[in-house]
Design a protein around this ligand. Structure first.
Ligand SMILES: Nc1ncnc2c1ncn2[C@@H]1O[C@H](COP(=O)(O)OP(=O)(O)OP(=O)(O)O)[C@@H](O)[C@H]1O
Length: 309
């Protein structure tokens, strides 16, 4: 497969449960080696979308290919080439680290089992602790072991469903360094997340709400296209001003960050007009700032709720 080959190319994927479309007409493409993130409120259809694209769930309508195979007719071939990690990690706590990896290798019916397990242990830096029970590992190490487990059959596509829930920032950084290392070797990664620090590490993001893909692009492009602006308020009067301004329609979010407050919205003029009467009151000062992904996320959530109302 060429470097710029499309690993995922789907059109109109739809899934219905009890007559309700939980994913409605999903069309998208993902290139080889891309780290693609799905964002969206709880229950918006992220997991269902990922599962349909990876042969784990049959769509009720739509068509397309993943890794060159038909998502409806050749789902078994796709499944064999996919590594899937859910937030529960799926480890056996009362088996050792080596036994967990060996078990997964057996389930996949792999050849060279012992060698593959040894390679995974070396890669993880866990060779000397191979006999330790998985249940005794810290959250960060459990996560790395789970990642090693879902890579043992050398999949070309990796699915990560909220992979860093409950893992500390240091372990998260190490995990993401590993994800990008895999991507640089040509492995494509689909990740669903509620964490903005994970979202900003993706090459591209898709925002899903009510089963529809409402925005798609790089984090930078999504922020630029949103038209959002932000203002940071400082000084003793900041809390009082932010409390009053949060009722102004142009203010979409008012967020406290320690002693500072951030306001965001799409109408820069209305935002500044609302702020103007507060200048200098109680030493209040403010400056412009780039909008954050969190502010973008809230903006998109509100907009989609308004459109669906
Ligand atoms: N097997 C099923 N039967 C019936 N409804 C389902 C089934 N699987 C998912 N759903 C519903 O489909 C909708 C989308 O679920 P999905 O798990 O794809 O959302 P999500 O965006 O991944 O959510 P979260 O962020 O909470 O993980 C939800 O309303 C869910 O209850």
């Amino acid at each position: 497969m060429a470097d710029d080959a499309l690993v995922i190319d789907v059109q109109g994927l739809t899934k219905r449960y009890r007559g309700r479309a939980v994913v409605d007409g999903l069309s998208m493409q993902v290139r080889r080696g891309e780290v693609f993130g799905f964002l969206g409120p709880n229950g918006s259809g992220k997991t269902t979308s990922i599962r349909m694209m990876c042969g784990l769930l049959t769509p009720d309508a739509g068509a397309g290919q993943t890794l060159g195979f038909d998502v409806v007719r050749e789902s078994a071939a796709i499944k064999r080439r996919v590594g899937y990690m859910t937030q529960r990690f799926g480890l056996y706590e009362d088996l050792s680290i080596r036994e967990n990896l060996d078990f997964i290798a057996r389930v996949y019916g792999l050849d060279r089992r012992a060698a593959r397990v040894d390679e995974a242990l070396q890669r993880l830096g866990l060779a000397t602790r191979a006999a330790q029970l998985a249940g005794s590992l810290s959250g960060g190490w459990k996560q790395r072991l789970a990642l090693a487990g879902c890579m043992i059959h050398e999949p070309q596509l990796l699915l990560l469903d909220e992979p860093t829930a409950g893992v500390d920032p240091g372990a998260r950084r190490a995990f993401w360094a590993e994800i990008h290392e895999l991507a640089s070797r040509g492995i494509t990664v689909l990740v669903s997340t509620h964490y903005m620090d994970e979202a900003e590490r993706c090459h591209r993001l898709g925002y899903i709400a009510y089963g529809r893909l409402l925005a798609l692009g790089t984090p930078e492009a999504l922020l630029a296209d949103s038209g959002l602006v932000a203002r940071v308020l400082e000084g003793p009067g900041a809390a009082q001003a932010a409390a009053a301004l949060s009722a102004v329609p142009a203010v979409e979010t008012a967020t406290r960050l320690g002693d500072q407050w951030r306001l965001s919205g799409v109408d820069a003029r209305a935002l500044d007009e609302a702020l103007a009467p507060w200048r200098g009151r109680d030493g209040l000062a403010w400056h412009t700032a780039s909008p954050s992904l969190e502010e973008l996320f809230i903006h998109l959530s509100r907009r989609s709720a308004d459109n669906m109302a």
